[in-house]
Ligand binder design. Structure first.
Ligand code: ADP
Ligand code: NG1
Ligand code: MG
Length: 459
């Protein structure tokens, strides 16, 4: 784990001046297990600035890590294969234990999988490359609001993987961990693209990142003007992504759009899973992909029977080549609208990372929101309301962030206007619209890009 700086955390808390979350977790750990942890891992959540629902289509995205984290305190027990998990919020997230040599990841599409399953995804990712893991006692703490599009799920998966890797002295790079965790989170049932796990490990303080997935994972810094400030606002509508088939339905619509476009273009379509692969094989640019979609796909939804006919397969074959377990019953697919969103959003990302004009960056964010609302249909009336208030109260741009259907909005506001903007949104959204007067500072805050996952040891 050479790439991870091992930070030292003094046991003597008097040496640390400020109250520190880590010491609260330490106390909780000692109360739970009557011993001290060997180490902590800390993995940040993220806000995606632009490039939504395109990572799983093979296109680059532009997130940054935020200050909220998932922490795990860990004690390694070399004489056993037992995993013991406890959570700081014990009434919400119940204790759990299992053998690391034999466990199952349980999905639940009605209420969502229980929390330990996300931890087990990360563990399973690491166990695929080793045989005899050491047991672990773990306490998890998180302050990333769950189901808010700030990637609490992946921070938990990544924290579990990093903890398991470090506990077992595995040599593994950040890039490998990111790719491994993206695959591992699929065990929960949603087929995301890898943005969240990549930024969790590869973020660095001070800059957002442009993350590309094809042909392999690659990360570059994105430097925005010093005047740029990103404000994150919770809509107060949550969306548990693994508790419905909405997310995978979009993944499948994009996959079918890719396959239909490939077949129409005379390409061998069965091996194609992503829209980016079609573009690659056709060797044309994004504006021409948009033209191809507008000329070749129809506006009305495609019935499953029509897709079968176009691809010349029966329903059984379509199910096994293109669908997921939880989308087998979907009968209609909006191929044109989803593909239009993906290609236009991929183009917006390129423009966003290369512009030095904040007004242009804001406009691209606005267009992204409109596309997610109208073409991708993953917004929510509360998100639309909030975005509208941002537009009216001085933001240069605003859009939903993360998977959507609820969650957060990210607004681009110039430094000189941030305080005034936050006050206006507190009043117009939280007080007037939502009648909410709880501590608003955790519901609307300005965030600077922070660093990726870290390991801390007690000294
Ligand atoms: P998002 O990634 O947008 O926050 P998801 O629906 O993908 O939302 O994941 C949310 C799930 O992650 C929660 O339902 C819970 O199971 C798990 N989770 C998030 N934060 C914590 C936490 N602090 N402790 C335990 N589980 C958590
Ligand atoms: P959130 O909102 O964190 O569940 C999901 C996917 C991302 C990406 C975005 C939409 C997972 C773990 N994350 O994020 O890969 O597709 O939606 O841009 O599936
Ligand atoms: Mg998630």
């Amino acid at each position: 784990m050479e790439e991870f700086p091992i930070l030292k955390m003094p046991k003597d808390r008097e040496l640390v001046k400020l109250p520190n979350t880590l010491y609260n977790i330490l106390d909780e750990f000692v109360a739970e297990y009557r011993t001290e942890p060997d180490f902590f891992v800390r993995v940040p959540g993220r806000v995606n600035l632009i490039g939504e629902h395109i990572d799983y289509c093979g296109y680059g995205v532009c997130p940054m890590a935020i200050q909220q984290n998932i922490f795990a305190a860990v004690k390694v027990t070399e004489d056993s294969d037992l995993l013991k998990l406890a959570n700081f919020e014990g009434s919400k997230f119940k204790k759990f234990q299992c053998s690391l040599l034999n466990f199952e990841i349980l999905r639940d599409e009605k209420v969502g999988p229980s929390w330990e399953n996300y931890f087990l995804c990360g563990v399973k990712g690491i166990l695929e490359s080793m045989e005899k893991p050491s047991g672990m006692c773990v306490v998890v703490f998180g302050d990333i609001p769950p189901g808010a599009g700030l990637s609490s799920s992946s921070a938990l998966v990544c924290a579990a993987a990093l903890a398991t890797a470090y506990a077992n002295k595995l040599k593994i790079s950040k890039l490998e961990l990111a790719a491994l965790c993206a695959r591992a989170e699929h065990h929960i049932g949603t087929q995301g693209g890898g943005m969240d796990q990549a930024i969790a490990f590869l973020a660095s303080a001070g800059s957002a990142k442009f993350i590309e997935f094809e042909p392999t994972l690659k990360v570059q810094d994105v430097q925005l003007s010093a005047m740029a400030n990103f404000v994150i606002i919770q809509s107060l509508v949550t969306k548990n992504k693994a508790a419905s088939s909405d997310f995978n339905t979009r993944v499948v619509e994009c996959r079918l759009a890719a396959q239909v476009l490939a077949k129409q273009s005379g390409l061998e379509w069965k091996g194609i899973k992503r829209l980016a692969a079609v573009q690659d094989l056709l060797g044309i640019d994004l504006p021409n992909m948009i033209k191809l979609v507008s000329e070749n796909l129809h506006d009305s939804p495609y019935l499953k029977s029509e897709v079968c006919k176009l691809l010349e397969v029966d329903e059984q074959e379509l199910n096994s080549v293109s669908l997921t377990e939880n989308t087998l019953g979907v009968q209609e697919f909006k191929l044109k609208q989803r593909a239009m969103h993906v290609f236009s959003e991929a183009l917006r990302v390129k423009q966003f990372i290369s512009t030095n004009k904040l007004e242009d960056a804001g406009k691209l964010m606005n267009e992204s929101h409109e596309s997610l609302r109208d073409l991708y249909e993953c917004s929510h009336p509360q998100l639309d309301k909030l975005v509208d208030l941002c537009w009216k109260n001085g933001a240069l741009g605003a859009r939903l962030t993360g998977a959507g259907w609820g969650g957060c909005v990210v607004a681009l506001v110039t430094v000189d206007k941030v305080v005034e903007f936050i006050e206006k949104i507190k009043k117009t959204y939280f007080l007037n619209t939502m009648n909410c007067d709880e501590n608003l500072d955790s519901l609307i805050f300005s965030s600077k890009p922070t660093h990726g996952a870290r390991i801390l040891v007690l000294v």
